[in-house]
Design a protein. Structure first.
Length: 140
């Protein structure tokens, strides 16, 4: 049975399915956003890429895609927390021609042997360069 390290190596090589739930390989999905060769065209794409970034603890990407008005100085990742599944529940605006958008999602995570779920409505807007950034979120 493959170990977590094997799974992460496959993910970083692009051989595994992307953790965002798109059904695409990581190489054909969120990896290009994480390494900065492409930028999300829609708020939902940014939401998915940020979920994967939280799962992989990509602090630099998370801070870069967080609006300067609400961005924290650093991100504290919780030890022992493992993100399990992302489900997009609703998208409002956030398309390629919009300036604002909202994505409501459910994220399942595990701490130890306990599984939990959080539901958040995230707000996104375009920055001065026209790229999508995370502004804020409300837990439901």
């Amino acid at each position: 049975m493959p170990s977590l390290a094997d799974d992460l190596n496959a993910l970083h090589k692009g051989d595994a399915f992307c953790l965002c739930g798109s059904g695409k390989s990581y190489a054909n999905c969120c990896q290009a956003y994480h390494i900065g060769t492409h930028f999300p065209e829609e708020a939902e794409q940014l939401m998915r890429s940020r979920y994967v970034a939280f799962a992989l603890r990509l602090e630099e990407y998370l801070l870069k895609t967080w609006d300067s008005q609400s961005r924290p100085a650093q991100i504290e990742f919780e030890n022992g927390l493992s993100w399990q599944k992302l489900t997009i529940l609703k998208c409002q605006k956030g398309r390629s021609k919009d300036k604002k958008g909202w994505v409501t999602f459910a994220a399942q995570y595990q701490i130890g042997f306990e599984t939990h779920q959080m539901i958040e409505k995230s707000e996104f807007q375009r920055d001065k360069n026209g790229r999508w950034v995370y502004l804020t979120g409300e837990f439901e």
